[in-house]
Each structure stands twice: as structure tokens, then as C-alpha cells.
Design a binder for this molecule. Structure first.
Ligand SMILES: Nc1nc2c(c(=O)[nH]1)N[C@H]1C(S)=C(S)[C@@H](COP(=O)(O)O)O[C@H]1N2
Ligand SMILES: [Mo]
Length: 265
């Protein structure tokens, strides 16, 4: 067994044993030492959230794949959660066919960048048929077209300190001067999900342009977590080593309203 594997096994056994002995404090301590504390650990479900996230990251192979379906499985109806933003900026960009829209990528990157829709569409594109489930109980299967997030992250050059990638939709006040006052539908993922080969920036759905209510012009599609993590109406992506200074510091707008940050399925 390689050193890394035996170390992983040791940490895994240690965390499980500590949790089993109902010494949740010790389990949390072990998880913390190994960088496995999710940003919402101090929230209502603190210890439980840490154990779920730590167990997932230790037990599941980093690049284990979400199930892919066939085109014949595509649902006839795709429900919508989160209508298009009503603010003037988004409505103006939409009226212009998103020709003036730019996706900004900043933070811990060597080359902060702006991407137009056409530029994203010129990157290598992929089609994936995934199941998307909402925490409310409904789900649907759809085909998504887009570019791998990892491809874009490589273009901008992620710095080694990076721990999270944060997504802001037009239904957030992402341009707030004080990041702590950011509210709305922002979310963040860790670098395992960010580099995952099925994590897409999607601009197409079921063979068409991404329909407005499904997140036009570009949304995240993260097939290994609940739909709520797949931020729509993207405007800004920030690479960071901490989410503590964004909003209330729990890693997502939804987490401030009681949802767990890690929504693995
Ligand atoms: N910007 C933004 N992204 C969002 C939401 C939202 O309201 N705003 N809703 C989330 C939730 S809870 C779900 S389940 C999915 C729904 O995606 P859909 O409308 O394409 O079905 O988008 C997620 N992404
Ligand atoms: Mo959702």
C-alpha cells in the first residue's frame, strides 16, 4: 500500500472510530487537522455536517463519476427553481442576447479574466445527460452542453493556495464593496468538485441554448450534488482559500437559510 493510501486509511479509521465512540469533538478535531471541515460546520448541524463531508471525501474516489443517462431518458418536463433575476443589469444583457455579457473570474488565479459567451463556446465542448434533483423532492433528467470548469480553471491558472471556487449569479449583490454584505443565490464548491471531469459551465440544454429560467446564459452543472449547488445566471467566479469573509461565512447563500453546504448525492 502506498504511503498516501495508508495515511488516508488511518485518517478514515481514526475519524470513524472517534465518531463511533461518540467522541464527536475528537472526530471534528481529526477532520480539521486533515482539512476536512466544511464552511458551515459552526451552523446548526455542525458536527453532523463535518462527518458527512469528511466521510464523503475520504471514502469516495475523487473522480468517481455521477451516472450518465441516454437521450431517450430525458424528461419531458424540467421544473424551474429560481426565476430569472429581475434586476436591470440582467434584463438588459438578456435583451441583447447576452452579447455584452462577460463571465468574470478573479481571486487566487494567475490571470484574472473575462469570458464572453462566444469565447466559452469556442472552448472544447461536452454533452452530458444527468439527473438533477432539488432538495424539495422533484427531479428531472436533461442533457447539458458546456465546457469543463477545469478547462477554464487551467486557462486562468489556479494558484496552489486555492481551496474553494465561489459562484455568484445575477440574483446576488456580487458587486458589493463589502463581501460580508453579499446576499442571495451564491454558492461554493471545494477543489475536488472544481476539478471533477463532469463539472461543467453549461450554456446549452437539451440541444438548445440554455433557456432563460434554467440559468442563461451560463450556469454551473455539478452532477454529484443536489441541484441547489448548480448556480444559475452566472456573473462572477472567485477562486479563494476561505469563504469566511463572504456573506455570513458559511460558504453559500442557502447555507445561511439552513441548507447544508455539502449536498452530495
Ligand atoms: N442563481 C441561482 N441559481 C440557482 C437557483 C437560484 O434561485 N438562483 N436555484 C437553485 C436550485 S434550489 C435548484 S434545485 C436548481 C434548479 O435548476 P433549474 O431551475 O434549472 O431546474 O438551480 C439552483 N441554482
Ligand atoms: Mo433546489
Amino acid at each position: 500500500m502506498s504511503d498516501i493510501l495508508s495515511r488516508r486509511k488511518l485518517i478514515k479509521t481514526g475519524i470513524a472510530a472517534a465518531a463511533g465512540a461518540s467522541s464527536l469533538g475528537l472526530a471534528t478535531l481529526l477532520a480539521d487537522r486533515n482539512g476536512l471541515i466544511p464552511p458551515d460546520h459552526s451552523g446548526i448541524y455542525g458536527v453532523g455536517e463535518t462527518l458527512t463531508y469528511a466521510a464523503q471525501r475520504l471514502l469516495t474516489a475523487r473522480h468517481s463519476l455521477a451516472r450518465e443517462y441516454n437521450r431517450s431518458d430525458i424528461s419531458k418536463i424540467a421544473p424551474v427553481k429560481g426565476e430569472p433575476p429581475e434586476n436591470e443589469t440582467y434584463q438588459r444583457l438578456a435583451a441583447g442576447g447576452f452579447a455584452d455579457w462577460r463571465l468574470k473570474i478573479d481571486g487566487l488565479v494567475a490571470r484574472p479574466s473575462l469570458f464572453s459567451l462566444a469565447e466559452l463556446q469556442r472552448c472544447p465542448s461536452e454533452n452530458h445527460v444527468f439527473h438533477q434533483a432539488c432538495e424539495e423532492g422533484w427531479s428531472f433528467i436533461a442533457e447539458w452542453t458546456g465546457v469543463r470548469l477545469s478547462y477554464i480553471l487551467n486557462l486562468v491558472g489556479v494558484l496552489p493556495r486555492a481551496r474553494y471556487v465561489v459562484f455568484f449569479g445575477f440574483d446576488t449583490n456580487f458587486d458589493a464593496v463589502d463581501k460580508r454584505s453579499i446576499r442571495g443565490k451564491w454558492n461554493s464548491i471545494d477543489m475536488v468538485d472544481a476539478w471533477h471531469p463532469q463539472t461543467l459551465l453549461a450554456y446549452g440544454m437539451n440541444g438548445q441554448e440554455l433557456p432563460m429560467p434554467h440559468g442563461a446564459p451560463v450556469r454551473l452543472r455539478l452532477p454529484r450534488q443536489l441541484g441547489g449547488k448548480s448556480t444559475k445566471y452566472l456573473s462572477l467566479i472567485t477562486v479563494t482559500d476561505t469563504v469566511q469573509d463572504i456573506g455570513k461565512g458559511f460558504g453559500a447563500g442557502g447555507t445561511e437559510r439552513g441548507f447544508s453546504w455539502y449536498a452530495g448525492i
